[in-house]
Write a protein that binds this ligand. Sequence first.
Ligand SMILES: Nc1nc2c(c(=O)[nH]1)N[C@H]1C(S)=C(S)[C@@H](COP(=O)(O)OP(=O)(O)OC[C@H]3O[C@@H](n4cnc5c(=O)[nH]c(N)nc54)[C@H](O)[C@@H]3O)O[C@H]1N2
Ligand SMILES: Nc1nc2c(c(=O)[nH]1)N[C@H]1C(S)=C(S)[C@@H](COP(=O)(O)OP(=O)(O)OC[C@H]3O[C@@H](n4cnc5c(=O)[nH]c(N)nc54)[C@H](O)[C@@H]3O)O[C@H]1N2
Ligand code: SF4
Ligand SMILES: [Mo]
Length: 876
Amino acid sequence: MGKILDSTIGSDISRRKFLALSAGAAALAGAGMAGCSPKKESASTVTEHTEPIDAEEGATWVTAACWHNCGGRCLNKALVKDGVVLRQKTDDTHEDSPDYPQQRACQRGRSQRMQVFGADRLKYPMKRKNWSPEEPHGELRGEDEWERISWDEAYELVATEIKKIYDEYGPESVFVLGGSELPRVFQLMGGYTPRWGQVSWGAWPDAYAMIMGSPGYSSDAPDRLTLRKQKLVILWGANPANSSAGNPTYNYLQAKKAGTKFVVIDPRYNETAEALDAQWIPIRPSTDTAMILGMINHIISQGLHDKEYLDKYCVGFDSEHMPSGEYPEYTYKPLERNEFVFASEPADPSQNFYDYVMGEGAFASEGAKTPEWASEICGVDAETIKQLAEEYATTKPATIFAGGAPARINEGECLPHAMLTLGMVCGQIGRDGASVSGTMHNSASNGGGALVSPGGAGVKVELPANPFPQKQYALNNGEMWNAILNGSHTMYKGETRDVNIQMIYQGMGGALNQRQAMTQGIEAHKKVEFVLTMNYVLNTSAKYSDVVLPVTTEWERPGTLLTGNREILIYGQHITDPLYEAKSDQEIAIGIAEKLGFKAEEVYDIDETQQLFNKLAGCTVLGSDGATKEPLLTITQDDIKEMGVTGEPQEGKITLAEFKDKGIYQVERTEGDAYTNLPFAKFIEDPEANPVATASGKFEICCQSLAGYIDHVGFSEKDPLPKYVRITEGYEDGVENDRPFQLLTQHYQRRSHHVFDNVNWLREAWPQELWINASDAAELGIENDDPVRLSSPYGSVVRPAFVTQRIMPKTIGLGEGAWAELNADGDDIAGATNTLSSPIPTGQGHTGFNSNNCIIEKYSGELDPDCEWPQRVIFE
Ligand SMILES: Nc1nc2c(c(=O)[nH]1)N[C@H]1C(S)=C(S)[C@@H](COP(=O)(O)OP(=O)(O)OC[C@H]3O[C@@H](n4cnc5c(=O)[nH]c(N)nc54)[C@H](O)[C@@H]3O)O[C@H]1N2
Ligand SMILES: Nc1nc2c(c(=O)[nH]1)N[C@H]1C(S)=C(S)[C@@H](COP(=O)(O)OP(=O)(O)OC[C@H]3O[C@@H](n4cnc5c(=O)[nH]c(N)nc54)[C@H](O)[C@@H]3O)O[C@H]1N2
Ligand code: SF4
Ligand SMILES: [Mo]
């Protein structure tokens, strides 16, 4: 303890505060750590305190931000005394009811204090011992020791290095993996190379936009009250109980109580299927398109398709209704590629969907896409395919909610296309709230736009535009490591460009751990001249850097407004002053800019408190007419004075004091109110007057613009029709290449991606285990909890097996986001899924994380539980 205290002298936190803080942490640890005794280095072992502390006297409850990209948005409160958090709780601002629910936090939010006050917080600016601008010794990244440096030294070093790289190699040599603050300085310096590509929704975004003429791939879904009127809901590779904590599963339960039947199609009997007691249809990963085509074939064979709907609202179903090539002005432009020209040729009538799926006309030799044909590929028996097909075609309204996962595959565009086509064939899109969409994450169970929103920060500095902003100049996720190692990347089809990346910057995010092919990424990190990371923990990106700058968490900043759930806005407040020497990203950006000769005002013209005020003053809520935006907050001259900002008093629905006190504004919903979301209702009512923004003005089963776009991007090809294609690293490849196990990298309760993976409470509660089917385990002699090794051409992980019937045979499930930990044999004993994934650029530039063929074997070594591993504590 003495050592820890010594090292905090001169830092921002006082001795008294640190003692209390440690006591709080110890008490918390005692409450939560049963069964897992962390080693000395752990956050939770600072136990020395001699006097009992009446911790709660004079403490107050403050709304504590939970700011992660976790698919939820909930109210967390912290009991704070002198900047020390004693306890946490969640929403008790009003009585809970299904219509007006509390916004209750998950286990991660409730463990947040273990992250913010963890012993492994980055405390000081630091550099790698063997790194200097003259001799970088890149080969030692990830292995070298760390040296504490002062902020002034850090700014000087970073600025000198940046200047050198801009002078020697030019702005394009600076690669920004993510993070929004320092890039402002890079813009002042002449620009930088960005990264691009969809990781979350797989192939949904561009495919949906071009097929449906709407950007609402996630929000074009019934709101939670309309949901209760859906008679059938198919959760297709969606697991909101895991991946949308908060209220979505509760909302689904209300629908179930109202009579909705739920079906879950997933290689795993997932937690949502369990909670809803849904019909579970296990399926082979990445073969869903085959199942969908089998369903459609059966629906048409039975005469259950909605011919009238198809004729009126869609193009491409049969030879009579093909796209004409005469397009109205194209309205939706997702592409950032202005030079791209859309197809203007009429489609060949022989290439229609009916003939394809029924095996007729030009497709006679390919054969019909019958349920039996589908069953061979997807592993679902033909009878089940027929049963679901008939049920979906005849139960109205019925909605399909897809997760991102089934489309998070290589060449993935046919999946959303086929699923949307299934909806069209049954007339199930746009009637009575029914829809087909990738409605996961924040919008799971509750479609529609935000009802309450924050204002803008009001930063008015006009930065010079980055001359390399477009996809052509950015490095795609699937190509970036290769581009660094080999000096070239794809601009668009047939056109590559040379690049010479010499600096990697990672602000918010952790691409090294969270993008494909981490082992290749590590090589790329070792190759360049300089790697800089800003974070509050030593995540994988920080570990492989030269200079690491410690940032504050949201709890140490002036406050923040949190969005995501359409009905609520959360006001997270200042909980504690910056811990140790941490600074905000903005402060750091300014510090570096000043060393480069810029003025602070050239980066930000107003400070973070003023930015917060502007966001508060600009908060709006949608009026009861569902159209007019009204100011949310009443702000007085005294409020302005108290915040020490400039602004004008204003009138709104609630006072700033009330918002601060509750920490949340929640729009009350009633049956039939103006906040009801009925996707495409206007188009269905009058398609001529309200065309959708596709090339043809209708829903496109034959979508030339999507095919043309994919072709233009240049990574893979897509037919204008939704066809089953054998994908790279899919089921068929696995069988053929003797890597027959398909890896699913599900989003896991222990973490929000790689955030929280350092929290021992969560490690203990949710082990990083590898799901394997009991029949496969028996064949390989693997028993529950046995350590096993899973390998691909890119790497290998070792983890304990969870032997279960809850996963499809020849499928492995492993939660994504563990912090990679490579041992001397090169095995990643933490089980980061991107140790195994391959760098494959594909489709619209998305990432096929779930196309990953592996082999599995029993592991002979020992493996301690990861909740007993030492934390990454650099300085005490
Ligand atoms: N194999 C596989 N890989 C996947 C996925 C998958 O399904 N399978 N899913 C993908 C998906 S959908 C996503 S969205 C990505 C997410 O991956 P990332 O984009 O890397 O995001 P997070 O894991 O949320 O990491 C956020 C990081 O930012 C840091 N941070 C938080 N706040 C701040 C701040 O204010 N300033 C700074 N400087 N740092 C901050 C946190 O400590 C953390 O290290 O992962 C993808 N990776
Ligand atoms: N706890 C937690 N929640 C999160 C996140 C997190 O990291 N942790 N991340 C958030 C973010 S940024 C995102 S993008 C979302 C992601 O949300 P999702 O993409 O919906 O989540 P996943 O867990 O990847 O997959 C959902 C289900 O799909 C199944 N699945 C996988 N492949 C296939 C397939 O080929 N076919 C079928 N039918 N099913 C398949 C998986 O077994 C899983 O049960 O989650 C958000 N929520
Ligand atoms: S779901 Fe997300 S926002 Fe809600 S408590 Fe959990 S981690 Fe925090
Ligand atoms: Mo995501």
